[in-house]
Design a protein around this ligand. Structure first.
Ligand code: FES
Length: 172
C-alpha cells in the first residue's frame, strides 16, 4: 500500500512519520505515538469517543485519514491544560462534577466540549440556536445548546446531566 511522509504537530510536538494512506488519525495517535487518551468506541464515526481537535476544530479521529492532515496541529486530551501539568478548566470541572462513570467516553467528551465552546464563541449556530439571534455574535450556551452541541458524544453510563453541568461551570 502507498505510504507518504506526513508531518503533524501533536500537543505542541512535531512528528514526521511514514504513513500508510489507509491509516486513520486515531490509530496513529494510539499505536504510533502512544497517546491513548482518544478511545476507539465504534470506529465508525458514531460515538465520539475518539474526538480530538485538528487546528482547533473537533473531529472524530477514527474517520480522518492521517496523510490528509499533513501540516495540521492536533490536540488530544493529553495536550489540554498547561504543558500537561495544570488541568484544563474543563478537565477540572469534569472531575468536580463527577461527570463520568466508567470514563471511557470522557477524553472525547472533553475535547468535544473544548470545540463546542469555541464554535459557540465564534457564532457558529446549532440546530437549536434561536433563528432570531444575530449571526456572527457569540451564541449563548444554555442547556439545550449544550445538549445539542454535545449530541455526537455518546455516554453509555448516562452521565449526560453531569457532563452538561461540568460544561456549564466553565462558561464565562
Ligand atoms: Fe470514532 Fe466512535 S470511535 S466515533
Amino acid at each position: 500500500a502507498p505510504h507518504s511522509e506526513t508531518t503533524l504537530r501533536v500537543d505542541g510536538k512535531p512528528h514526521t512519520l511514514t504513513v500508510d494512506h489507509r491509516r486513520v488519525l486515531l490509530d496513529l495517535l494510539r499505536e504510533d505515538l502512544g497517546l491513548v487518551g482518544a478511545k476507539k468506541g465504534c470506529d465508525h464515526g458514531q460515538c465520539g469517543a475518539c474526538t480530538v481537535l485538528v487546528d482547533g476544530r473537533r473531529v472524530n479521529s477514527c474517520l480522518q485519514l492521517a496523510v490528509a492532515l499533513d501540516g495540521s496541529e492536533i490536540t488530544t486530551v493529553e495536550g489540554l491544560g498547561t504543558d500537561g501539568e495544570e488541568l484544563h478548566p474543563l478537565q477540572r470541572s469534569f472531575l468536580e462534577r463527577d461527570a463520568f462513570q466508567c470514563g471511557y467516553c470522557t477524553p472525547g467528551q472533553i475535547c468535544s466540549a473544548v470545540g463546542a465552546l469555541a464554535e459557540a464563541a465564534s457564532g457558529h449556530p446549532s440546530h437549536v440556536t434561536d433563528p432570531a439571534a444575530p449571526s456572527g455574535e457569540p451564541v449563548p450556551l444554555d442547556r439545550a445548546e449544550i445538549r445539542e452541541r454535545m449530541s455526537g458524544n455518546l455516554c453509555r453510563c448516562g452521565a449526560y446531566p453531569r457532563i452538561a453541568d461540568a460544561i456549564e461551570d466553565v462558561i464565562p
